[in-house]
Design a protein around this ligand. Structure first.
Ligand SMILES: Cc1cc2nc3c(=O)[nH]c(=O)nc-3n(C[C@H](O)[C@H](O)[C@H](O)COP(=O)(O)OP(=O)(O)OC[C@H]3O[C@@H](n4cnc5c(N)ncnc54)[C@H](O)[C@@H]3O)c2cc1C
Length: 426
């Protein structure tokens, strides 16, 4: 009675859960992936301080897992929500993990022995994982999950598992919770660059996305931090970033700015330049949006390192046997340039979560025409939805950076907390 359900355990949901629980209210944190953490766990560093992303996130993930008032439901989704503010009945489905969560000690012996390799979604498709796996090294909870779709039932993992934690059958579980209020923090999906065919993503091997670059640049990622061309494994001598791929583009019905792409491209350009100053970097942009605290200074730093900012957008990327070819008009000088980079990074936009419509329907709340969750007022009440007792935070309601996602997670938490306190004292 009087608990809070937080749906989605990225940084916004984690912050909301910690803030509510630290005020003495029980929280159920529901995450569809095997680990909490969301997109922030995929990032290498964060702008504008270049702090290590996991060094900030990981302690919060551990705090969540150790908090006596927070129950984490991973591989889980909300099935139904009934009732009203102060008295919601929330049904959560925990999908089969094929692992006994009490017995698994996360040792990884089963991962070692598993013979199956498939693309790792966590590495944005550029790395591989086993059929029994942890998406990355710092997962919370620190246990494995079996991918039943790719498992070949060879039986090796059962034999390798000391505590006999791997299950041959698992039907998942259904949990019903009485909640005073609900916070939606289901985050975003990145733009699928294949929808801008002219840039050749997944056709031209040396055209990658910004999320793929985040995994590549990460010392614990699939290339152990080495920036390389996917075609031949060599270090690129020149890189071009193309901004606004899937943002500010009415032709594909994505008219809005994704808010983080200018900064994250500068961040990765700076990180590369600092390690390998000989790599030539050009950033093709429409406008630079560096609006936050310390962001303009970060832009100046990028320029001072020799990163070239070229105001103009290539129409397409072509290739011949010598490599990639981009034609760009510099809109400041009207000069037409032909670039031959070794690697192109598409700065893909932030869009609504792929399942936003489904969650909105289950929660009985409304989406904007953009597909993000609608709040009561864009200026003065950005966390309340139109349904009393249900709040929204982080990138579920709009593209945001990490500081803004944390701040909105905190404000949604306080609104949900007040509903819980009122329910308990009623
Ligand atoms: C390439 C790139 C680089 C970036 N670099 C930076 C940076 O350096 N600094 C910065 O400030 N920002 C950066 N960002 C933005 C940053 O990723 C976001 O601000 C932040 O991760 C948003 O957190 P969130 O919790 O709102 O969403 P998410 O991280 O998307 O978390 C949402 C969570 O909800 C879960 N979920 C979704 N649907 C359901 C469901 N139905 N049931 C249960 N769970 C569900 C998801 O699995 C996920 O764990 C970058 C973004 C990109 C794309």
């Amino acid at each position: 009675m009087g608990d809070v359900v937080v749906i989605g355990a990225g940084i916004a949901g984690i912050q909301a859960a910690l803030d509510i629980a630290s005020h003495g209210i029980s929280v159920h944190l529901v995450e569809r992936e095997p680990s909490i953490g969301g997109h922030m766990a995929q990032l290498d560093k964060t702008f504008p301080t270049n702090d290590c992303s996991m060094c900030i996130l990981s302690p919060k993930m551990v705090d969540v897992s150790r908090h006596p008032l927070i129950t984490i439901h991973t591989c889980a989704e909300v099935e139904t929500i009934e009732g009203e503010i102060g008295n919601f009945t929330v049904t959560i489905i925990e999908h089969p993990r094929y692992v006994d969560v009490e017995l698994c000690n996360g040792c990884g012996d089963c991962i070692e022995i598993c013979p199956v390799e498939v693309y790792n979604r966590f590495d944005a498709g550029i790395g591989v994982r086993k059929a029994i796996y942890k998406p990355h090294a710092q997962v919370v909870p620190d246990i494995v999950v079996k991918d039943a779709e790719h498992c070949i039932e060879c039986g090796l993992c059962y034999d390798a598992c000391g505590p006999n934690a791997i299950l041959r059958k698992d039907e998942g579980k259904k949990v019903t919770i009485n909640a005073a209020s609900i916070v939606i923090t289901t985050g975003y999906s990145v733009f699928d660059a294949r929808n801008k065919e002219q840039f050749g993503h997944l056709i031209l091997p040396d055209v990658i996305t910004s999320l793929e670059l985040e995994r590549m640049i990460n010392a614990s990622g699939p290339t152990l931090g080495k920036i390389k061309r996917m075609s031949n494994g060599e270090v690129p001598k020149s890189i071009v970033f193309i901004q606004c791929v899937g943002s500010r583009d009415v032709s594909i019905d994505r008219p809005y700015c994704s808010c983080v792409c200018c900064m994250q491209a500068m961040k990765n350009a700076i990180l590369i330049k600092e390690k390998q100053p000989d790599i030539e970097i050009t950033l093709c942009y429409m406008d630079i949006r560096a609006y936050g605290k310390g962001y303009e200074e970060y832009y100046e730093r990028a320029k001072s390192l020799g990163i070239r900012f070229l105001r103009g957008m290539p129409a397409d990327i072509r290739a011949d046997r010598n490599g990639l070819i981009l034609q760009v008009e510099n809109s400041e000088t009207s000069e037409v340039l032909i670039l031959h980079p070794d690697l192109v990074v598409l700065s893909i936009g932030i869009g609504p979560a792929d399942n936003a419509a489904d969650i909105a329907a289950k929660c009985g709340v409304t989406l904007e025409t953009t597909g993000f969750f609608k709040s009561v007022h864009d200026a003065v009440d950005t966390v309340a939805t139109l349904r009393p007792g249900i709040y929204v935070a982080g990138t579920a309601s709009a593209p945001r950076d990490i500081p803004d996602s944390v701040a909105s997670g905190g404000s949604a938490a306080m609104r949900a907390y007040i509903d819980a306190v009122r329910t308990r004292s009623a």
